[in-house]
Design a protein around this ligand. Structure first.
Ligand code: NAD
Ligand code: AKB
Length: 310
């Protein structure tokens, strides 16, 4: 019987992923876990530090877990402030889970990579699945190393590990956790509070983004696809919408004419400048049928109507 453990369940993705997995497979089949207690009742829940391999194994054995979704990590902006810890968390957590699968304690793993695996020497437009990858952030380096280890564990030990290079994810149920794409969520809170938004990126910085519902559907579709369809064992490119801060500002202004923005780029500008502006996700479409649903107007409309500012 399928029994899922989500590690990092209190974060931006985990909050929505746990809900959707429970809708599909039943509440008791999905165990949430994090070092941070959830804001709302998220039982069944285990307080778990992914860097503690013995504690992870004990939770997995206690609940007879068959699949792990590993979301715990430091994201790009936070990681730059603490590179050594980011490397440790992002890599040790992955090894602890990969080794459980190598030892046949669990059957399947989902581990997210990121557009951060690409770097300044990568073609920026319609970035191909296979291309130059020289990331310049500690976060990107950890994600690229993680991809190589996933492919290695698949080839050497037959581990079934599946991965997506998520673009920046946009959602209203929980706040993002310290990334460079966070501006595209923050901007809606300013708009709803009727405050001028101070954007930490320049107006003409294109980045790949995606509405969370698309990302959750992609994640579960990938995990549920027959194993023979999963041809890429490192991580799949995934595309949703590409836009600049100016594009999203203009979209929100259609919903509130009085909304204003100013641009005050900080250290995150150089991170954004090193990433692609758009992504070619043909292989995800061909191998397991991926197709994005949400465009920029739909995303802006949903976000504007749903962010809670009190
Ligand atoms: P987040 O920061 O919102 O959530 C991460 C969660 O992990 C937090 O709740 C945190 O408390 C928990 N955590 C941190 N250290 C932990 C530890 N030692 N043990 C257990 N839990 C721990 O991040 P997110 O946006 O939900 O991202 C999840 C994953 O998806 C990460 O690997 C991230 O790199 C990847 N990703 C996210 C995006 C995005 O836009 N959100 C894009 C690309 C990739
Ligand atoms: C970040 O900005 O760090 C994340 C990501 C694209 O990986 N949202």
């Amino acid at each position: 019987m399928k029994k899922i453990l989500v590690v990092g369940s209190s974060g931006q993705i985990g909050t929505e992923l746990v809900n959707e997995l429970r809708n599909r497979f039943g509440r008791e089949s999905v165990i949430a876990s994090d070092i941070r207690l959830p804001e709302e009742d998220n039982s069944p829940f285990e307080k778990l530090d992914i860097m503690d391999g013995a504690a992870l194994k004990s939770v997995v054995e206690k609940h007879e877990i068959t699949e792990v979704y590993l979301l715990a990590a430091l994201l790009s902006a936070t990681a730059e402030k603490n590179p050594e810890f980011a490397w440790k968390l992002n890599m040790d957590g992955l090894f602890n889970v990969l080794n459980l699968a190598k030892d046949k304690v669990i059957d399947k793993i989902f581990w997210p990579s990121s557009i951060a695996v690409f770097g300044p020497t990568t073609p920026r437009t319609n970035t191909p699945q296979f291309t130059v990858m020289e990331p310049s952030t500690v976060y990107g380096i950890s994600k690229l190393a993680g991809e190589r280890w996933c492919e290695y564990y698949s080839a050497q030990y037959g581990v079934d590990v599946r991965s997506i290079r998520y673009p920046g994810l946009i959602s209203y149920t929980s706040l993002p956790g310290g990334g460079t794409t966070d501006y595209a969520v923050d901007i809606f809170y300013s708009a709803k509070r009727k405050e001028k938004y101070s954007c930490f990126l320049k107006e003409d910085t294109p980045l790949p983004m995606m509405y969370m519902e698309d990302a959750i559907r992609a994640t579960i579709d990938l995990m549920e696809a027959p194993v023979e369809q999963i041809k890429i064992k490192s991580s799949y490119n995934l595309a949703g919408i590409s836009f600049t801060p100016k594009d999203i500002y203009q979209e929100i202004k259609k919903l509130d004419q009085s909304f204003e923005i100013e641009y005050s780029p900080d250290f995150r500008q150089s991170i954004a400048d090193s990433w692609p502006g758009s992504i070619d996700d043909t292989r995800a479409s061909e191998d397991w049928g991926w197709e994005a649903k949400y465009d920029l107007p739909a995303l802006a409309h949903i976000m504007f109507n749903n962010v809670q500012t009190d």
